[in-house]
Design a protein around this ligand. Sequence first.
Ligand code: GRF
Length: 232
Amino acid sequence: MSLFNLAVLISGSGSNLQAVMDAVKNGIIADAEVALVISNREGAYGLERAAKYGIKNMVIGKNETARLLDTLKAHQIDGIVLAGYLSIVPPDLIEAYTGKIVNIHPALLPLFGGKGFYGIKVHQAVLASGAPYSGATAHIVDCGVDTGAALVRGVVPVLADDTAESLQKRVLEIEHNVLVQAVKALVERRTEDLIMSPVTLTRENDMEGILEYAKGLLSLGSALTASENGGL
Ligand code: GRF
C-alpha cells in the first residue's frame, strides 16, 4: 500500500508540525509520510525542524498560489495540514483538496474564531469574555475563516490568574494531541465519521466542570455560534 503523503504548511515555530512529524515517526499516524513542509515566511523555525527530520522544506510566499499548487501536485500530496499557517488558503487550493485540509485553531470553535481571531488575540478575547474553559479545535478547511466542520476539540481550564500568554501556552500543549488525532483520521479516511460526531479530549478531572459549562452554553440557546467580539 502506498503511503499517504502529507504536506504541512506553517508560518512560525512549528511545534504542531513537530507533533505531527513525531506521530508519523513513532507510528501513531501509520502508513503516512510528511513529504513536504512549506512556510510562507522566510526563517520560520519550523523549516529547521523539518530539515532535522530530513523532510523537504521550502518557502512559498502568500501570493504564489500557482507555484504552491504545482508543488503539491509534483509531490503527489494526498492531504494538507495547516499548523500555524497564518495566511488565508487560496480558493484554488481548497477546491483541489476539498475535505483533505485540516487546520488547528487555538480555541473552542465556533467560539472565538473567524476574521481577526489569531495568535494572542484569541486568548485575550477568551479572557475578556470570562469563559471558564478554552481549548483547541482541529477542523476541515473550507472557504470561510475557521468555519469548516470540527473534527477534534481539546478543552483546558481558564485559571483565575491567567494572562493571555499563560493561557496560550496551556492551549498549545493540548493542540498537539488534538491535531495529531485529526491528522490520523485524515490519513485513515475517517474524517466523515468525526464530522458526524466530533471528539472532545479533556482531562478526566475536568469532565464535570466542562459538562456544566456546555450545559450552560446550550441553555443560552444561540450561544454556540461565533460572535463578532468573541463574547459569550
Ligand atoms: C498555534 O497556536 C496554532 O493554533 C496557531 O498558531 C500557533 C502555531 O504554533 N494557528 P506552532 O508554530 O505550531 O508552534
